[in-house]
Design a protein around this ligand. Structure first.
Ligand code: EPS
Length: 387
């Protein structure tokens, strides 16, 4: 299974094509759009989110509510396009640099300068339009399909914010449905109510100062069978692929599994998860410090992965940079930005992780139809029981 996306933040739409989805998978359109809606929420977002009301239009590969096995094409329209149709026109248009909103002042922390140099673009808008985190809207749509696929096999996904700037939330070991229920009602997607209030206050403070703030997000995947991914080849290790997917989210700078970087501080006896066996549970672990992975394969425990997001680099508070025309220093002011997108990023991370798990699931259980995958999956479960 694979997918590609196309589209610019102020272009007409974002597009994704998913190749390799099995046939006869039921698509829940409301659930798909609900996931897109979740990504638009979160305390600390800017004015753009008041313009957009994201919905996914499926324009290929689905008929009468079920996949056909053909590539699934998804479109998420940009409502803001109305305001940008001249600037972002695909055909040559007339206008001054100002009218066409040429960007020649690269923003530190963005793709602007690197992209301009690499692609030899003198209008940095051609870089920023594509590097914008707006693209995550369609990645969530793709992940939402993956999530529905996983749900068919009882696999559930939750995301929670564990840190915004200096404010850290207490990590509660709750059943996944509880985490989903509580974070869904939280404007910053945290379980810890005390931290929630402090985070909101903190975001207000950062915003008032014209600054931005990042944080840490955790995603839990429950119900994964043992043996997704493989130890035999580097690019088949599922933890490695998840790490790639997480760092590919705009502004994400690092990943950890289970106890993560703590593993570098503790002796082995306090890191590894002891193996137990019982009739009803089969092989299982006493603890889950390694976040559900050994040897690049799932071990049957929940996947626990965290990602760190840097503060959004578009600041109202100016940072030093250099104009690409004059080579003179300047200090940029911007018009609008998100001061904190960590809660939204939590939803994005759920979906990029969902995709990687679904892809590994498809590799393991193969098949062109849901019926074939289900038979393969059930057969594997029997083999595990007999082992
Ligand atoms: C983004 C800049 C802002 C965000 C945008 C990501 O958009 P604009 O430049 O139009 O104000 O709102 O996020 C989204 C549009 C979205 O859907 O998440 C950026 O530069 O990455």
């Amino acid at each position: 299974m694979r997918y590609l996306t196309a589209g610019e933040t102020h272009g007409p739409q974002l597009t994704a094509i998913i190749e390799g989805l099995p046939s006869n998978m039921k698509i829940d359109f409301d659930e798909l759009n609900y996931q897109l809606h979740r990504r638009q929420l979160g305390y600390g977002r800017g004015r753009r989110m008041q313009i957009e009301k994201d919905t996914a239009k499926i324009v290929g590969g689905v008929r009468h509510g079920r996949t056909t096995g053909a590539p699934v094409a998804i479109v998420v329209e940009n409502k803001d396009w109305e305001n940008w149709s001249h600037v972002m026109n695909v055909e040559p248009v007339e206008g001054s640099e100002e009218e066409l909103r040429r960007v020649h002042r690269p923003r530190p922390g963005h793709a602007d300068l690197n992209g301009g140099l690499k692609y030899q673009l003198k209008d940095l808008r051609n870089v920023l339009e594509r590097s914008s985190a707006r693209e995550t809207a369609v990645r969530v749509a793709v992940g939402a399909i993956a999530r529905q696929f996983l749900a068919e096999f009882g696999i559930k996904i939750a995301g929670q914010v564990l840190r915004i700037g200096e404010i850290e939330a207490k990590r509660h070991d709750l059943p996944i449905d509880e985490i989903i229920r509580i974070t869904e009602e939280s404007p910053v997607r945290v379980v810890d109510k005390e931290a929630e209030a402090k985070m909101i206050e903190y975001i207000d403070k950062v915003k008032a100062e014209g600054d931005s703030i990042g944080g840490v997000v955790e995603v839990i995947v429950e119900g994964v069978p043992v043996g997704l991914g493989s130890h035999v080849q580097y690019d088949r290790k599922l933890d490695a692929r998840i790490a790639m997917a997480v760092v590919s989210i705009n502004a994400f700078k690092g990943v950890e599994f289970g106890i993560g970087f703590e593993a570098g501080k503790l002796p082995g006896s306090q890191v590894h998860d002891e193996i137990l066996y019982s009739e009803e549970k089969g092989f299982h672990r006493k603890t889950n410090r390694l976040g559900g992975f050994e040897g690049g394969m799932t071990n049957g425990e929940p996947i626990i992965v965290r990602g760190v997001m840097k503060p959004i680099p578009t600041l109202l508070k100016p940072l030093a940079s250099v104009d690409i025309d004059t080579k003179e220093p300047f200090k940029a002011q911007v018009e609008r930005t998100d001061s904190c997108a960590v809660p939204a990023a939590s939803v994005v991370m759920e979906h990029v992780v969902a995709w990687e798990v679904a892809k590994a699931f498809m590799e393991k259980f193969g098949g062109d139809s849901m019926e074939e995958i289900r038979a393969n999956y059930n057969n594997y479960r029997k083999l595990l029981e007999m082992y």
